[in-house]
Design a protein around this ligand. Sequence first.
Ligand SMILES: [Zn+2]
Ligand SMILES: [Zn+2]
Length: 275
Amino acid sequence: MKTNFVPRVNQLDSIQLDNEIVNILKEQIYNVIRNLPPGLLSRFQPEINLLASSALWNFSIRQSFATFGQQMLSITYEKDQLTPDKLKAHYFLTVALAYLKELAQFRLTGYTVLQRSITTLENCLTCLNFVNFFRFLRTGRKPSLVDYVLRLDHRSIDGAKRRTIGYSYMTRELIWAGFMELLGFTIPIVNYHALKRRLRNLLRLEVRPQEVQRIVLGVDSKCVYCNERVTLPHHMGCGHVFCYYCLKGNLLADCGFQCNVCDFKSGVFERVVAG
Ligand SMILES: [Zn+2]
Ligand SMILES: [Zn+2]
């Protein structure tokens, strides 16, 4: 069932989709060219682009009277509006003009007047597009400048059905965001140091004797926690030497911290005096 009414959002989306399709195709071609020796095909960039756009135009507008973006959204041009002359004009305006512009910018870089006039022309087209966009918003017809110039109207194939919006994706995002927030809130509450110590004591079979040894502090003494040369030596009552930061940090994180060598446990925190 064909109708004249096509929602504006569908018409605008079809243009976006067309642009995306062209970009995807160009990206694929670029990936192929990149693997070839440099300079072999890159100087034919305008021609390659022309070939790609011509192929897209031929398989969409010429054969089905609708661009691929329009086909995805069940939109088409009116067949009797696209006469052979208008088809030629459409090809010239959408494909050939872009090629001519690329050609001038790639090959005729020496002609400053030409380059300047291309820039001016582009600016004029941008302004016209801007004006046309407002006209389109008001009337809901002919979203692009080419459509307006050629007097081409969009038609809906499926009776301009309203688009249904699925919220499943949004719900999934919300659940995931909520879960992340929960993790962010609960993780800092759990004391992993104490948990690790309890688990280690639980899994250990033999109990190490807790005997106090004499502290030996030499030039090459190493911290039993970080195994580096000890800085600001401190002890917790057993014979082992810790750096100030290693011991203080562990005692702050877990008040039941045990020496990681002899499992000695005390609230002592004292400086080791060499002597
Ligand atoms: Zn240390
Ligand atoms: Zn110890």
